[in-house]
Design a protein around this ligand. Structure first.
Ligand code: DGT
Ligand code: CA
Ligand code: CA
Length: 572
């Protein structure tokens, strides 16, 4: 798929035009195309070959021509034209959310900044701060943003890495249908960011598999290749991701995936345990007096150490080995346990898909119900619904429910306002489910008591910390108080599956569970093709030791409705 490649080209064009101070509408149009391309599930090349480019919403004649030019010739005139005269480093600095194109323009014109190094220098030596309209505070903010950005960008989001690995494995599977391929490392443990990809395969024809791997279309550079293993780079947006492949014989496949799944801390703890039993453990097997006693499957590897199989998501040496020894491993929520998605945006607010399209897609996931949560009126930036538009949308939910045969709850993502609910009582009455969300940024403002004062009229508190993994710190909120009050008032806390949010995080989910908090695990999809994001939320929940019984949308429809009717009755 070349969707990502094209998306990043349009993103770059927008960045360059913004630096040059060109028309805002043009810039936004390019950004929109980039978003459409990266959200698309269909391969852009297929759409192009079938001459359907202009049937994609957001792609008009001009853009279609540019895509055609690029897919035919490998080049785009507009791109080269836009990049002309803008230094590469300046463009990459624009990806940092705290650095605006205006700031870069000033630094470029007044301080002669041309490279990243130049920019860091004028940040440090005070010359940027001394310019009119800048100041020390603004520079501090830029520095902080740059730091967060670099922390987040050394690693790749699981949302980007996961589909890439699926693509690699399915292309290899076509050539070697009986070979098993397991993505190991942090990806299998479902960490929120991934450093590199570690794939293990079993085959007697290792060299053939390695050759196929290094000659894949998506490989941009071969770092090394031998008889049984290889390392390559593959482009992800503007960066590259390293992918390592190891091919091993069947009789040590289990040991190999166990070893390379890690985490390192988990493996070290296992090795100590093995030594106490007079055993040696490595990627080749478990050995007793030089004799191999296990290696074929992970179950056997754990078994010889007197342990049940431990789910990869909790292999962090944070109590899982102790729990396994005591027979007290949690029964983690499973990837097919979710019965309905409760956080979805339709095209009534800022989503791209109709309620009908969403419902059809939800059926593919075998969901028993969904809840449409468009934005409430205060969220103007996101197409927040006026009362009359909301009434219209509610009717559409009812219509599609009958047509598709899927229970559709009428929901809202309600903005937090200090004056109380964002709609009058009689409008809230018409909704089945109310999800609170905070999108405001008030510096140093503590949202804890505002959020708690909304608890009487909400069911779910969505992405409770507001963090974005790529570039924004959480707002101020006292999670311990939120956990305590949520548990006491039967308020559900969301584990949001949008890969840049994953909020609550694994650590916060595990902490919240100790307070007796219940969770919802949802996609926050703004496009029907993103309903699958829920799997990343499930990954986070599993990493947080969350069990099926802790998850409200793992309830079958009837019980979920019962919870909606009765579950929130308060004892006070
Ligand atoms: P990443 O790539 O930074 O997201 O994280 P991982 O966990 O995928 O780490 P990576 O790719 O360096 O190594 C993959 C696995 O290999 C790791 O999770 C455990 C295993 N491993 C790597 N180095 C060592 C080591 O020195 N000792 C042991 N016992 N295991 C190791
Ligand atoms: Ca790795
Ligand atoms: Ca690795």
């Amino acid at each position: 798929m070349r969707n990502r490649e094209l998306a990043s080209i349009f993103e770059r064009i927008a960045d360059a035009l913004e630096f040059k101070g060109e028309n805002v509408f043009k810039i936004n149009a390019y950004r929109k195309v980039a978003r459409v391309l990266s959200d698309m599930a269909e391969d852009i090349e297929t759409v192009w070959k079938e001459k359907r480019l202009q049937s994609i919403p957001g792609i008009g004649e001009g853009i279609a021509k540019k895509i055609d030019e690029f897919l035919t010739t490998g080049k785009m005139k507009k791109y080269e034209e836009a990049m002309g005269g803008v230094p590469e480093d300046i463009l990459s600095l624009m990806d940092v959310s705290s650095i605006g194109p205006k700031t870069l323009r000033i630094a470029y014109d007044k301080l002669g900044v041309r490279t990243r190094e130049d920019f860091v220098k004028v940040l440090e030596d005070g010359s940027l701060a001394s310019l009119q309209g800048m100041g020390e505070k603004k520079v501090q903010n830029i520095k902080k943003g740059l730091e967060i950005y670099e922390r987040g960008h050394e690693r790749i989001s699981i949302g980007e890495a996961f589909p890439l690995v699926e693509e690699i494995i399915s292309s290899l599977k076509k050539r070697f249908p009986t070979t098993r391929f397991t993505p190991c490392g942090s990806l299998r443990r479902m960490k929120e960011t991934i450093g590199d990809i570690d794939i293990t395969a079993d085959s007697k024809e290792a060299k053939k598999v390695v050759d196929a791997f290094i000659s894949m279309e998506s490989v941009s550079e071969v770092l090394g290749a031998g008889e049984t293993k290889a390392s390559v780079l593959t482009p992800v947006g503007k960066r590259s991701l390293q992918v390592d492949l190891r091919v091993v014989p069947e009789d040590c496949y289990g040991s190999c995936i166990q070893y390379f799944t890690g985490s390192k801390a988990h493996n070290i703890h296992l090795r100590t345990l093995a030594m106490k039993k007079g055993l040696k453990i490595s990627e080749y097997g478990v050995f007793k007096d030089e004799k191999k006693i296990a290696g074929r499957s992970e179950e056997m590897v754990y078994g010889t150490l007197g342990l049940p199989w431990i789910p990869p998501e909790i292999r962090e040496d944070s109590g899982e080995i102790e729990a396994a020894l005591e027979g007290a491993l949690p029964e983690l929520i499973g990837y097919s346990d979710i019965k309905g998605d409760l956080h979805i945006h339709s095209n009534y607010s800022d989503g791209a898909s109709s309620i009908y399209e969403i419902a059809k897609k939800a059926k593919e996931f075998r969901y028993e119900y969904i809840c449409i949560t468009d934005h409430s009126q205060k969220a103007r930036y996101a197409g927040g619904l006026s009362p009359s538009k909301l009434a219209e949308r509610n009717k559409e939910c009812e219509r599609v429910e009958k047509e598709v045969g899927l229970r559709i709850f009428k929901g809202i993502e309600l903005e937090l306002t200090p004056e109380g609910p964002d709609y009058p009582e009689e409008i809230l009455q018409e909704l089945d489910l109310i999800t609170l969300a905070i999108h405001q940024r008030k510096k140093d403002y503590d949202f804890t008591s505002d959020a708690i004062s909304a608890f009487p009229y909400i069911h779910i508190f969505a992405h409770p910390t507001g963090r974005l993994i790529s570039g924004r710190e959480e707002y101020k909120i006292d999670l311990k108080t939120i956990f305590k009050e949520a548990a006491r008032n039967n308020i559900i806390l969301e584990i949001n599956g949008y890969p840049d949010r994953l909020d609550l995080s694994d650590i916060n989910s595990r902490e919240a569970k100790k307070y007796g908090v219940k969770f919802s695990i949802c996609s926050d999809a703004h496009n029907k093709d993103k309903l699958s994001q829920t799997r990343f939320g499930i990954g986070v929940a599993r990493r947080g030791w969350v069990e099926k019984s802790d998850v409200i949308n793992a309830l079958p429809l009837e019980e979920f409705e019962k919870w909606l009717r009765e579950g929130r009755k308060r004892d006070d």
